[in-house]
Design a protein around this ligand. Structure first.
Ligand code: GLC
Length: 481
């Protein structure tokens, strides 16, 4: 099958979050399946352009019509990728190549990614790669299904289109005049992208795509409720017949405690007790906490954003530290209020709390390995990847039972029986504290049972093989529709 995957980020070239990880591993997993030909198209950001590791060759150039604008697009073919995925970058100095800093957050983001979406379709035509399936991701490529249906269908006669929602919070809103001014789509389809007299690109994608997926089964259900859907609950309920959840995997080659070059000691599900003890001691030392093998180390690697549940942690943090003998380590950057809170907490409890306000992939891996409990109290979580990384490294998750967290971390009993971690049902700080305490008490009072729980997590198959198979099933279903 010929598959084109379109996205605004993909590791290792450019990544701001989980979407970047998925766009590294999913194309590779699909390319491993016999008979598939997989192309991935990404924007040619400045940081990709400036990185000498990526050898590219320009294979085409053309102009993309965006309303009255004619914008240049250079197609850069990546020459050195070994796993069978063909990567192309779309070069445009004005929208991507000439901008410093973060990849999103500019005033004209809607226009930048409308350009990218249209340029992707023009690229496929220009390269004469007319795929069976186009898979696009999140609002940045949400104009693709609309362009495909309203303008490009004669050029892609048999092509089917899947739209995947990684996070419904960001939808691609623009003023009403964006429709004529930038998208310049036929007027009779205006209502498809209209939401309260504005343009909502994600709404257009949900309506125009042949199938819509999201990144866990529970999130697919949750998306039909106002609490989770950020205004799109009605649109998603109407589209429920074509909405499916496929839980993400993680890259089990990169995230492998037996081989991860970032770790000071290596281990597997048989040798983890010794291996993790060595990693924990090294980690405590690295972050400036007293090396205490029997004090439970609670860890968190996260963007410091509100919906990650940090308000719950802030609310209970001092009580937790008063009531329990434990250490807390946080790695991440983000909203100033949380950066400030954890920095202050570290000053108050220098031998109990370490706050590393930075982005450091190596330290993140050492935290997954050296921690005892991994905290993820997210308010909502479409899938979440780091709870799976944590389990793979033998760290027991404590999570809010929502979205992908609910699907990947079945709750264990107080005794550690069944389940993979400790969970709480309602988004409430005291419930979070209670579930954390269950974890801390099991660690302290029945270390053998705690280790059985760690081992169970390590033995799970979080690889992309199963989800890649499910994507293939849906691709076939679209093609037979
Ligand atoms: C988004 C979601 C996260 C998910 C990731 C990959 O970042 O917030 O839950 O794991 O996308 O699909």
């Amino acid at each position: 099958m010929k598959i084109a995957i379109l996205a605004s980020e993909g590791a290792p070239y450019a990544k701001s979050g989980g979407l970047g990880d998925v766009m590294e591993a999913l194309p590779a997993a699909l390319a491993r399946l016999q008979g598939n030909e997989v192309t991935l198209i990404l924007p040619y950001y400045k940081k990709i352009k400036d990185n000498p590791k990526y050898e590219v060759e320009q294979v085409a150039q053309f102009y993309v019509a965006l309303g009255w604008r004619q914008q240049y697009a250079g197609i850069m073919k990546l020459k050195n990728r070994a796993d069978g995925v063909q990567v192309y970058f779309i070069d445009n100095l004005y929208y991507f190549g000439g901008r410093e800093g973060a990849i999103y957050g500019d005033m004209d983001d809607a226009e930048r990614f409308a350009f990218f979406s249209k340029a992707c379709l023009d690229t496929l035509v220009c390269l004469d790669f007319i795929p069976d399936v186009i898979q696009c991701n999140d609002w940045q490529t949400a104009a693709v299904p609309a362009f495909l249906k309203m303008q490009y269908s004669p050029l892609f006669p048999g092509t089917k289109c899947m739209f995947t929602i990684h996070n419904v919070e960001y939808q691609g809103w623009a003023n009403g005049d964006f429709y004529d001014n930038v998208l310049a789509l036929p007027w009779e389809y205006r209502g498809v992208l209209d939401m309260n007299n504005s343009v909502n690109l994600m709404k257009g994608a949900i309506e125009c795509a042949d199938l819509v997926t999201t990144v866990s089964e529970s999130y697919a259900q949750e998306l039909m409720y106002p609490y989770y859907a950020h205004g799109l609950d009605g649109v998603l309920t109407d589209a429920s017949w074509k909405l499916t959840g496929i839980t993400n995997g993680i890259d089990t080659n990169t995230f492998n405690p037996e081989t991860d070059p970032a770790l000071p000691a290596h281990y597997n599900a048989k040798t983890f007790v010794k291996g993790k003890a060595a990693c924990k001691a090294a980690l405590q030392q690295e972050v400036g906490l007293p090396v205490k093998p029997d004090v439970p180390l609670m860890v968190m690697v996260t963007r410091l954003a509100g919906h990650k549940g940090l308000d719950l942690l802030c609310y209970i943090a001092r009580r937790l530290l008063w009531e329990e003998d434990c250490q807390l380590l946080i790695l991440g950057t983000g909203e100033k209020q949380f950066e400030g809170f954890f920095t202050q907490l570290q000053q108050e409890y220098p031998d109990r709390v370490a706050a590393k306000i930075t982005f450091d992939l190596g330290l993140a891996a050492r935290i997954y390995a050296g921690g005892d409990l991994y905290l993820m109290p997210s308010k909502s979580e479409p899938c979440g990847l780091s709870q799976m990384n944590a389990m793979r490294y033998g760290t027991v998750p404590v999570v809010h039972a929502t979205g992908g967290l609910k699907d990947t971390v079945p709750g264990a009993a107080e005794t550690g029986a069944n389940g993979l971690g400790f969970t709480f049902q309602s988004y409430n700080a005291d419930d979070f504290l209670a579930s954390l305490k269950r974890g801390l008490h099991l660690y302290r009072n029945d270390r053998k049972a705690f280790q059985t729980l760690q081992k169970r997590g390590m033995e799970q198959d979080f690889s992309w093989d199963v989800p890649a198979g499910r994507y293939m099933e849906l691709f076939h279903r679209m093609l037979s529709q």
